[in-house]
Design a protein around this ligand. Structure first.
Ligand SMILES: [Zn+2]
Length: 291
């Protein structure tokens, strides 16, 4: 699949590669669900491609192997086991060896913040590896929670920030997921994130917004209190926030400002194991007070 969006970042890496100024480690960070991991894979594909097709389609054997996750110099860790201490130790060994068939070895850790949160030992092992990188090994660390990544890991890496997708780009990506679906209503509230759009797509969000607009709390509650997972609640709170901000632009009463702060806190707390019905109930009660 062609990479959609992130033109500035593509340009940056093209220039860096052309000038032979690649660093050993990059942190690709930005909002969740905007294609950072896909970008990292595409970058890896280009780096390993003997034709040097950077961010350009290519069906050479090397590129095909990367897409199939079967390239001997390509490592992608995007699950829990990948972030374990044993695995990071293995990676450390791998990074000291010479590439099999390409100029580089590329190692991608997706959601690297989870490693920092879950296992100090694994994070420290990664840090050690970054301190003594093997020649021709490139680490791509992907995260939507940069503040959870060890500062020492951050200082050993070059940070590349990714912006949310533009609505048109988001539409293009969503069409590749399901071309028969009308994504328009969702795109408006997805804040440039594919993950948000997918999470919101099964909800009557226009109706939800109408209910807040008309102060119809009963109607709002029927939809809101039935939400059952965090992945949906986060973008829903996001859309309530943006409703407040656009409605009261320039005239944000203190109680509304406090409510927006409260919403930020709820989103943050949802990272941890929380009791969903309790969170929803508390949120709804606070909303009732404010509205
Ligand atoms: Zn190729």
């Amino acid at each position: 699949m062609n990479l959609i969006g992130h033109i500035k970042q593509q340009h940056f890496f093209r220039q860096t590669i052309a000038a032979s100024q690649l660093s050993h480690a990059y942190i690709l960070h930005g909002t969740q669900g905007i294609g950072k991991k896909q970008f990292a894979i595409e970058l890896a594909r280009g780096l390993l491609c003997p034709e040097r097709k950077i961010f350009k389609p290519c069906d050479c054997p090397s590129c095909t192997q990367v897409i199939e996750r079967a390239h001997p110099d390509f490592y992608l860790f995007d699950d829990k086991e990948g972030l374990s201490i044993e695995n990071v130790r293995n990676v450390s060994e791998i990074s000291g060896t010479t590439p099999y068939s390409s100029k580089y070895k590329v190692i991608i850790f997706d959601n690297v913040h989870i490693m920092c949160q879950a296992s100090a030992a694994a994070a420290n092992a990664l840090l050690k590896t970054l301190e003594e990188p093997g020649d021709n090994t490139i680490f791509l660390l992907v995260t939507h929670k940069l503040d959870r990544v060890l500062p020492t890991i951050q200082s050993r890496s070059l940070k590349v920030n990714f912006d949310p997708l533009a609505d048109k780009e988001l539409g293009q990506v969503l069409a590749t997921i399901d071309s028969s679906k009308d994504w328009k209503p969702t795109i408006k509230y997805a804040q440039g994130s594919v993950a948000n759009a997918v999470a919101l797509s099964d909800l009557p969000i226009e109706r939800l917004i109408q209910c807040i607009d008309k102060r119809d709390l009963a109607g709002f509650g029927t939809i809101f209190l039935a939400l059952s997972d965090k992945d949906t609640l986060i973008p829903v709170i996001g859309l309530i926030q943006s409703w407040f901000l656009s409605k009261y632009k320039g005239n944000l009463k203190p109680e509304y400002a406090l409510f927006i702060q409260y919403m930020n806190k709820v989103i943050k707390n949802l990272d941890y194991n929380v009791n969903m019905p309790l969170v929803l109930f508390d949120f709804f009660t606070k909303l009732e007070e404010v509205v």
